[in-house]
Design a protein around this ligand. Structure first.
Ligand code: MN
Length: 203
């Protein structure tokens, strides 16, 4: 299998003013594009190329040492960014609804608290990485953070919402103001997409 860069479902400048079009173009085409190219290069000629990416990232120990770091970084980069584009939308909803809203109330003390925890996870990540809302093994929602392109899959979690806190995600518009960027992300989150991921993860 050859991995391909997924097309965005909205125009590149659609998230303005929250996320500017130049940042989006570089982020999607160049950064995500490079993860895809490097993942394909790492897996070229390997039998692992036919395994689902989720399976590789969930069990990095099964990946031969010679390509493990490349799969971890570039496979993680491809997986994380594919999820990120899916949960962003110019037609945002302020809050989740339905069973996801109930689960957030139950496991995270309500939406406002979940949002505060996600922002704290993003601000607390030193250097590059991600803030996550995931479904844990016992069906409970968990907020966490990973460094670099590490995936919550490696910890047995099913990621539902990821917020990229690499400087490449925000520096052109927000410079060092990661907190402002994190607030802006909440204005372009597609909670319907997160709800769909929650349903898939529970199935
Ligand atoms: Mn990124």
């Amino acid at each position: 299998m050859t991995y391909t860069l997924p097309a965005l479902t909205w125009p590149i400048e659609a998230l303005e003013p929250h996320i500017d079009g130049t940042t989006m173009a570089i982020h999607h085409d160049k950064h995500h594009g490079a993860y895809v190219a490097n993942l394909n290069k790492a897996l070229e000629g390997s039998p692992l190329a036919d395994k689902p990416l989720e399976a590789l990232l969930s069990d990095l120990g099964s990946v031969p040492e010679g390509i493990r770091a490349a799969v971890r970084n570039n496979g993680g980069g491809h997986y994380n960014h594919s999820l990120f584009w899916r949960i962003l939308s110019p037609v945002a909803q302020a809050k989740p609804t339905g069973s996801l809203a109930s689960a957030i109330d139950r496991d995270l003390g309500g939406f406002d608290n979940a949002k505060a925890e996600l922002i704290k996870a993003g601000l607390g990540r030193f250097g590059s990485g991600w803030a996550w809302l995931s479904l844990g093994k016992e069906g409970k929602l968990v907020v966490s953070s990973t460094p670099n392109q590490d995936s919550p899959l490696a910890e047995g979690l099913k990621p539902l919402l990821g917020i990229d806190v690499w400087e490449h995600a925000y520096y052109l518009k927000y410079q060092n103001r990661r907190a402002d960027y994190l607030e802006a992300i909440f204005k372009v989150l597609d909670w319907k997409a997160v709800e769909a991921l929650h349903e898939e993860a529970r199935a």
